[in-house]
Design a protein around this ligand. Structure first.
Ligand code: GLN
Ligand code: ZN
Length: 762
């Protein structure tokens, strides 16, 4: 008999209850007891949904982040919170976000760094270590949840992050090697495992996703060392890997002294035979057969086709699960009553994925023919849904497919090289040295949001909405003129989100109402669902841009989101390569770029905030990704005349890895987020001798603090030591939509004054 289990369930609640409970607590509107009670309700509800599983994850719930939870469990908290007053939870939130609740007597502290969890859009709190870091077990959270789950009658399997993944994600604050801490860390893990066993856990899920990344021999040896030390029969350990293939870590993973191994085989089963050969016969093999990263119904028949022979071979040793934690998908499709029913029938969210898993498990245990009538019906419905998706004319658009097939290298080629283009652009734009601009958005006031909401809900006519937005744009233009900025923007008041706004206007996209996924802490995102071939029925931004330009003699930038970013922040298709989806998006954006140009817009910015985060986990796959990503950008951007200036923007990134690709994008100007790095991030551009123009961000827009003129001058002087002044722009780090006007106006005044000072000094 195969068993079924789960690796983790979304913790935000089906109505984002956790988000609201957290934000109330932080604002001082509720107390810790209320927060704890919401948390307990979510956990109970999640466990109830999973009670049919042989192993239910416990400890996957988190108030903010599972990596931060692990830091707390290991007693590894930054020293800066140790002396502060308050509860353990206060310190927890201080590390996560710089402060706890509004009413707690907190000294605010610097929040820990946050970064992306592997190649997902989930962010974790980076553990901080030094050569002197000490660890001390603090198992209360896990033990309590284990107790609660067991009291609820759940067969509970605690989930922890393994020691190697923990150290690999940690950042050293003193340049020491985190791996050196392993001998100090392991005894704490041993104690933890023992206490979990005493608490009634028979199995513990130890997540080691770094096993799907490139590991050098030092790390591989450390795996051996760690798991030989932790070796225990009580509790039994399920070594859990996900997000990709093991490749040259395969033998290592198979042979570590643990009781079971979990593999992500949802989209690729090519390693399965090797694992079956290598895995010692006493070990459990858990197969992640349902994709935990996408929102599509699984093809249950296709899964059974390859799984049945494997199941025969493994018999009792086979466990079945989703590929990874379901944290990365929305909670429940049943809430989506407004979604087009044809498309809804193709989808599965977390709850539905567990139903699929159940059906697969029953079919394995009883045989497809042994299923009862209702299970047979579910199986038939699954087949019908998949067929409907494959055959739907809404998915395929022959004209789009032909256009993609007809893409030639010329499509991504500007007419002339940058060195020639820049002369023409200087003639038309007549910008001063150190031109000033912003990244696109201006404060999204509650009034703006309210107008958008009322329009969406049909309370406001299109004409009334348009006239309100035009007033807002005019206000923005006048403010920018008064500030003396050189290149203006319309301010993006009409946009809810830089991806959703475009998705809503493109054919091939669908939108959920409640399809929220945790991004970090209380922040959730609702990625649009890319289901079909992409086309642009009509211009998306031209009217607003044209209106803005009509108000001023200064150039106004047209503002678009690039194809790679739209792709990386969407739920993507699993029925065609990402490259194809990206090229379709590129062709649609290209039409918009050309329409903007024809409407008299001389500067067009195409944001690629998420270009770097799409990098595959394995370096060997980077170049292929970068090639098609850059090519897609070039296709969308480069169909313009030499006189039209193309800008792109990227948020904080490790630019070293992608500098060659950035240069290949060949935008005339790139604006980047640099201020917090003290212009260090420009090093990559300097070393590469990046040839085009750059606007290094001169102040941090995430903070309400207002920068001083001198501070900006100093930063730009640093920049000018790396990049010739003729090629520098002056701008904030990123868009200003989360800020308020009383912060924005003085900050930009300082920025413009700094640019003037720099010009005089030049
Ligand atoms: N144009 C967008 C804005 O200003 C860019 C945002 C981003 O890069 N994240 O908001
Ligand atoms: Zn940005």
């Amino acid at each position: 008999m195969a068993q079924q289990h789960n690796l983790g369930f979304p913790r935000i609640g089906d109505q984002r209850q956790l988000k609201f409970a957290l934000e109330n607590f932080w604002q001082g509107q509720s107390d810790e007891a209320a927060l704890q009670s919401t948390a307990q309700q979510i956990r109970q509800h999640n466990w109830q949904l999973q009670q049919h599983l042989q192993q239910v994850p416990v400890g996957d719930f988190s108030f903010y982040d599972q990596v931060l939870d692990m830091s707390v469990t290991l007693g590894n908290l930054p020293a800066r919170v140790a002396q502060l007053n308050g509860t353990e939870l206060d310190n927890y939130f201080r590390i996560a976000r710089g402060r706890s609740a509004a009413d707690s007597h907190c000294g605010c502290v610097a929040a820990a760094e946050m970064t992306k969890w592997f190649d997902t859009n989930y962010h974790y709190i980076v553990p901080e270590v030094t050569a002197d870091s000490q660890f001390e077990l603090n198992p209360q959270r896990l033990l309590q949840q284990l107790k609660q789950a067991r009291r609820q009658g759940i067969s509970a399997k605690p989930v922890i992050i393994g020691p190697l993944t923990y150290l690999a994600l940690a950042k050293s604050k003193d340049g020491s090697e985190p791996l050196n801490l392993l001998p100090r860390l392991l005894p704490v893990y041993s104690q933890l495992l023992e206490q979990l066993a005493d608490g009634g856990a028979e199995w513990v899920q130890v997540d080691e996703p770094i096993l799907v990344t490139d590991l050098d021999s030092q790390w591989k040896n450390a795996f051996e060392q760690a798991y030989h030390t932790l070796k225990s029969n009580r509790p039994q350990l399920l070594l859990t890997t996900y997000f990709g293939k093991l490749e040259d870590n395969l033998q290592l993973a198979c042979n570590l002294p643990v009781a079971g191994l979990h593999l992500d085989v949802a989209s690729d089963q090519s390693e399965l035979n090797k694992v079956l050969d290598w895995l010692p016969v006493h070990k459990v093999l858990s197969l992640g057969v349902i994709n935990g990263r996408n929102i599509w119904k699984a093809d249950i028949h296709a899964i059974l086709d390859w799984l049945e022979p494997v199941a025969e071979r493994l018999a009792e040793r086979l466990w079945l699960a989703p590929s990874c934690s379901l944290l990365h998908v929305p909670v429940d499709l049943d809430s989506e009553v407004a979604l087009d029913s044809e498309i809804r029938n193709w989808l599965a969210f977390a709850k539905q994925k567990l139903q699929e898993l159940d059906l697969i498990c029953q079919a394995i245990n009883l045989g497809r023919d042994g299923l009862d009538a209702s299970q047979q019906a579910q199986l038939a419905a699954n087949r019908a849904a998949l067929q409907s998706r494959r055959a739907s004319p809404r998915v395929t658009n022959p004209a789009v497919q032909q256009a993609v097939a007809a893409i030639t290298p010329q499509l991504g080629q500007r007419q002339s090289a940058y060195a020639q283009r820049v002369l023409q652009q200087q003639q038309t734009l007549t910008l001063p040295l150190y031109p000033t601009t912003t990244i696109g958005s201006f404060p999204q006031t509650s009034e703006i949001r309210q107008f958008r909401r009322r329009f969406r809900q049909g309370e406001l006519s299109a004409a009334a909405y348009q006239s309100y937005m035009q007033q807002e744009i005019e206000f923005c233009i006048r403010e920018q003129e008064a500030l003396g900025l050189d290149v203006l923007v319309h301010g993006e008041p009409e946009r809810n989100d830089m991806v959703e706004y475009f998705g809503e206007q493109l054919d091939g996209y669908a939108f959920s109402r409640f399809g929220w996924v945790q991004s970090y802490g209380s922040r959730c995102v609702k990625p649009p669902i890319l289901f079909g071939d992409i086309s642009r029925p009509q211009p998306m931004t031209v009217g607003w841009a044209q209106y803005a330009q009509s108000l001023t003699a200064k150039p106004v930038k047209g503002m678009l989101t690039g194809p790679v970013t739209i792709l990386n922040w969407s739920f993507v298709r699993d029925d065609q390569p990402l490259q194809t989806s990206c090229e379709q998006l590129a062709l649609a954006i290209r039409e918009e770029v050309q329409d903007l140009e024809a409407a008299g817009i001389q500067i067009i910015q195409i944001d690629e905030a998420a270009l770097r985060e799409g990098l595959p986990l394995r370096r060997s796959e980077w170049q292929t990704y970068l090639d098609w990503a850059v090519n897609s950008f070039r296709i969308c951007a480069n169909g313009v005349s030499d006189r039209t200036q193309i800008h792109t923007h990227m948020c904080y990134s490790e630019f070293n890895d992608i500098i060659r690709a950035i240069a290949a994008m060949d935008a005339d100007v790139i604006t980047i987020e640099t201020s917090r790095s003290d212009m260090e991030l420009l090093q990559a551009f300097e070393d590469f001798e990046y040839p085009n123009e750059i606007g290094p961000g001169v102040y941090d827009i995430h903070s309400p603090n207002i920068p001083g003129q001198q501070q900006i001058v100093t930063l730009m002087e640093k920049a000018a030591r790396r990049i010739p002044a003729q090629r520098l722009w002056v701008n904030p780090d990123c868009g200003l939509k989360t800020r308020q006007w009383p912060e924005v106006t003085p900050a930009l005044q300082a920025m413009v004054a700094a640019a003037r000072q720099l010009r005089q000094q030049a």
